[in-house]
Design a protein around this ligand. Structure first.
Ligand SMILES: Nc1ncnc2c1ncn2[C@@H]1O[C@H](COP(=O)(O)OP(=O)(O)OP(=O)(O)O)[C@@H](O)[C@H]1O
Ligand SMILES: [Mg+2]
Length: 374
């Protein structure tokens, strides 16, 4: 795989404040669908703007196909951007919107015709040429914006939360559509979202960020199954995160019990964070349980139940298709591959206990009731 963009030690702050990007190192490969994922304010948009050339880093280098491009203006980079608000020209029809970049470059008329038709076919808008863009749905407008960004054949396309304004159904359709377009064109996509499901389902590579730093770079499966620390485990899906001690290779102790696991190469008796996904917990009869606990809440979610179980004061979230009742005592069993070991970090003990979970829900519904009373 060929490296197309290298970010080396990038730091950026605004107005002498705390850095919004702190020592960012990232390699991006050609043909890759890479997603920057993180909570609001973590620095995704500033990072994208640096790659696009709309900002310059305070320190560090941006390398494009081997050349340093820190000071190259956006229009001289072979990189295009699709923004969250599609910024189409309202007075132009679909054809003219898509043709715009080529007209600017004085491309011959016949060639423009051919390319616009090719692009509209790619985004499934054949036959919409003469339509006013103001009469299109949100999803159609977004496809016009993508066609316009792709028509000058950039090597890299930057997409900043391009599906944020769409409703859920349309958003799902566009996810599939975008992925297809990326595969067909072979253009490197750098996609920004704060939606973890969207990131996992679309990307070749996911970059998890918070507070201006990169926490983990990996395939969706790696990020989900082998989170680097408690922040990543908590941000990507639901997680029970427990305090543990790695007794020796393949043996970890937590919640007063010793469990077999698949992890090794920790120090003897090293304190660790143990993450167990809610769907990996097996419910068994009490006498067979490695742990036992009392069910404190049961929520029907459609395909499964989400239950909260109090095990010696620590509240686990478990997803199960078995029905259990509130106040029932149950046994819990964990297969070795259900247990993932993480190094201790500054995020240890911040996440992973669902004690406040049912309380929060109660408080929320109380608040709503109060609102209704007013
Ligand atoms: N041009 C700018 N001038 C001053 N501060 C900026 C500028 N751009 C970004 N910031 C600051 O950088 C931080 C991170 O940026 P931003 O909130 O856009 O990140 P983000 O991850 O894209 O978030 P969101 O998901 O909400 O879009 C914020 O504190 C923001 O105020
Ligand atoms: Mg943003």
């Amino acid at each position: 795989m060929k490296k197309i963009i290298e970010l080396k030690n990038i730091t950026k702050s605004f107005d002498g404040e705390q850095p919004v990007l702190d020592n960012i190192d990232l390699d991006i490969y050609s043909n890759e669908f890479l997603t920057l994922l993180g909570p609001s304010g973590c620095g995704k948009t500033p990072l994208l703007r640096l790659i696009g050339g709309f900002e310059t880093p305070d320190s560090g280098d941006i390398i494009f196909l081997g050349d340093r491009i820190n000071d190259v203006p956006p229009y001289k980079r072979n990189i295009n951007t699709v923004f969250q608000k599609y910024a189409l020209f309202p007075h132009l029809n679909v054809f003219d919107n898509v043709a715009f970049p080529l007209r600017e470059k004085k491309v011959p008329k016949e060639e423009i015709e051919e390319k616009v038709h090719e692009m509209l076919a790619l985004v499934a808008l054949k036959g919409f040429e003469k339509r006013s863009v103001t009469r299109l749905s949100g999803g159609q407008q977004q496809r016009v914006a993508i066609a316009r960004a792709l028509i000058s054949h950039p090597q890299v396309l930057l997409l900043d939360e391009p599906l944020g304004a769409l409703d859920l159904k349309l958003r799902k359709d566009m996810q599939v559509e975008l992925k297809k377009i990326q595969k067909q064109t072979g253009i490197t996509f750098i996609f920004v979202t704060h939606d973890q499901e969207e990131a996992l389902s679309m990307s070749d590579t996911v970059v998890v960020m918070s507070e201006g730093k990169i926490h983990q770079i990996g395939t969706p499966v790696d990020i989900y199954n082998e989170p680097e620390n408690a922040f990543v485990a908590d941000f990507i899906g639901e997680s029970n995160i427990l305090d543990g001690v790695m007794l020796e290779d393949y043996k970890v102790r937590f919640s007063g019990q010793t469990f077999q696991c698949l992890d090794k190469e920790f120090m003897k008796n090293e304190p660790v964070d143990v993450v167990v996904r809610p769907e990996d917990v097996d419910i068994v009869p009490v006498e067979k349980g490695q742990l036992t606990g009392v069910v404190t809440s049961v929520t029907f979610m459609g395909v499964h139940y989400e239950i909260i179980v109090d095990v010696n004061g620590f509240k686990w979230m478990i997803q199960t298709t078995d029905f259990v009742d509130v106040d029932e005592r149950i046994g819990i069993e964990l297969e070795p591959d259900a247990i993932h070991i993480m190094k201790k970090s500054e995020y240890s003990n911040l996440y992973g206990d669902y004690s406040s979970f049912s309380n929060e829900l109660d408080e929320l519904s109380e608040l709503e009731e109060e609102d209704e009373d007013e």
